[in-house]
Design a protein around this ligand. Structure first.
Ligand code: FES
Ligand SMILES: [Fe+2]
Length: 338
């Protein structure tokens, strides 16, 4: 169940260069590279000759040459060369190309109808290249359905359990506010006078804080989490912010590409803090990966096994409904056939 007419993060901008990169997006093989002028390109990663993946080939100027028998495709996917022929025989065609936009240090891909690819629909991830924020980021492949990641990020009650040694603090008594708009689901989690998380204590933050986490879901799978900590019981209490940007791109029904950014507005010039943050978040998100992959395996074993909902599941349930409705609207027959 994938939404097609929307933007997904395909790669961090720094991942793309003059070597072809193959990645599966919504079950489709895509090859990415940069033209000589730096423009990013995305083509179907399946040669029209015998279906070899083009990422096993090489770049020739702005074109990609299949590594198997040398068919060559320009940046629009048109076949422009077949070995042994002066020009490609009539009817060879080529491979599909996909709209791409580079924004906020990410490369966004549109997998649906080309004429609907409006860059104004890209979620606001500006914290990733805003000089007022320091923003370590990374890519993490996760062997779980993208909606399991969405639920994980909307229901942060898991933080006290999965991340108790890293970014977690016991906020299980946090109050929750919910709000569903036309195109967003919002959950605000507030806790007063709780222990500050282990990683913040190591950065010198006071032992107890007030905390707010404002989580906003943009369908189908972008989530921003603005965390605010205010120190308690210090002479000059500081208020610190971290904006966690999350973009989850389905690879298959059982696997996802997870791109994250942990932008902060304090000590932004301190490269050691940036590196520390990167390491801590990688550690924490690998804890999520471990749990999510185990959860996916459990679901696969018995897909019909029952589940129950509690208060904290409101956001995840709303997000799923919103995605289901959008997918149904986009491809009613596909949904009916499921
Ligand atoms: S499979 Fe690509 S040229 Fe033959
Ligand atoms: Fe987590």
């Amino acid at each position: 169940m994938f939404l097609r007419n929307c933007w997904y993060v395909a790669a961090e901008a720094a991942e793309l260069g003059r070597a072809p990169l193959g990645r599966i997006v919504l079950g489709e093989p895509v090859v990415f590279y940069r033209k000589e002028d730096g423009t990013a390109v995305a083509l179907e990663d399946r040669c029209c000759h015998r279906r070899a993946p083009l990422h096993k080939g090489r770049l020739v100027g702005d074109a990609v040459q299949c590594g198997y028998h040398g068919f060559t495709f320009d940046a629009t996917g048109t076949c422009i060369g077949v070995p042994g022929y002066d020009r490609p025989p009539v009817g060879i065609g080529g491979v599909r190309s996909y709209p791409l936009v580079e924004r906020h240090r990410f490369v966004w891909i549109w997998m649906g109808e080309r004429e609907k690819a409006d860059p104004a629909l890209i979620p606001d991830f500006h914290h990733n290249d805003d000089p007022a924020w320091a923003a370590p980021s990374a890519y993490l492949p996760v062997g779980a359905n993208y909606l399991l990641l969405v639920e994980n990020l909307i229901d942060l009650s898991h933080v006290a359990f999965v991340h108790s040694g890293t970014i977690g603090s016991d906020d299980t008594k946090a109050s929750l506010e919910h709000d569903r708009g036309d195109a967003t689901v919002r959950v605000v989690r507030t806790a007063k006078d709780i222990p500050s998380p282990p990683h913040m204590q190591r950065l010198g933050v006071g032992a107890r804080v007030d905390m707010t986490k404002a989580i906003t879901f943009h369908p189908p799978s972008a989530i921003t989490i603005l965390i605010t900590w205010t120190e308690r019981a210090t002479a000059h209490p500081r208020t610190l912010h971290v904006m966690v940007l999350n973009a989850i791109t389905p690879e298959s029904e059982h696997s996802s590409h997870y791109f994250w950014v942990a932008a902060r507005d304090f000590d932004i010039a301190d490269a050691n803090v940036t590196e520390f943050y990167r390491r801590e978040v990688i550690k924490a998100f690998n804890e999520d990966k471990d749990m999510l992959e185990a959860q996916q395996a459990s679901i696969d074993l018995a897909p019909g096994a029952p589940t129950v909902n509690v208060h904290g599941d409101w956001g995840g349930v709303q997000a799923r409904r919103m995605v289901e409705r959008l997918v149904e609207h986009e491809a009613p027959r596909d949904v009916a056939a499921q």
